[in-house]
Design a protein around this ligand. Structure first.
Ligand code: IDP
Ligand code: MG
Length: 149
């Protein structure tokens, strides 16, 4: 089963949107396999966003993501990486479809509430950056047969 890394960013935490974001993924039928809050420090931010090093917005991005606590999670389900990207909406909230998380709660690209891995390979890399194996819980989702046929 596929896994993805999701994070409610500092603006989402401060705005009280953690429950809202998690609830959307739970209601969709996805399984939470890890969930914790942490304060990201600069070295982790630079590693997480390594692909953006050197871009004009990189410094702003690092100060944004390190500006307060985040809620980090690992979510599992069929095609979960792509589905969660769709549920998040476009990177620029102004272009995100209404009904998506960013299209419901966001306006500026530098305050776009949520992160989700963009591919299964990114997911594996990001999960390893944020979690140790013992934090990834292996359990049976009781409703699983009612969610997957
Ligand atoms: P994603 O979060 O939708 O995957 P990426 O292109 O990977 O988007 O960018 C990572 C994060 O960097 C975005 O979510 C956003 O917070 C920030 N970002 C991206 N592009 C810009 C920009 O042009 N200006 C300011 N911040 C940006
Ligand atoms: Mg990205």
């Amino acid at each position: 089963m596929e896994r993805t890394f999701v994070m409610v960013k500092p603006d989402g935490v401060q705005r009280g949107l953690v429950g809202e974001v998690v609830a959307r993924f739970e209601r969709r039928g996805f399984k939470l396999v890890a969930l914790k809050m942490l304060r990201i420090h600069r070295d982790l931010a630079e590693r997480h966003y390594a692909e953006h090093q050197g871009k004009p917005f990189f410094e702003d991005l690092v100060s944004y993501i390190t500006s307060g606590p985040v809620a980090a999670m690992v979510i599992e389900g069929r095609n979960v990486v792509a589905t969660i990207r769709e549920m998040m909406g476009a990177t620029q909230p102004a272009k995100a479809l209404p009904g998506t998380i960013r299209g419901t709660y966001g306006i500026d690209v530098g305050r776009n509430i949520v992160h989700g891995s963009d591919s299964p390979a990114s997911a594996a890399r990001e999960i390893e950056l944020f979690f140790v194996d013992a934090e990834l819980l292996d359990y049976q989702q009781a409703l699983e047969p009612w969610i997957h046929e």
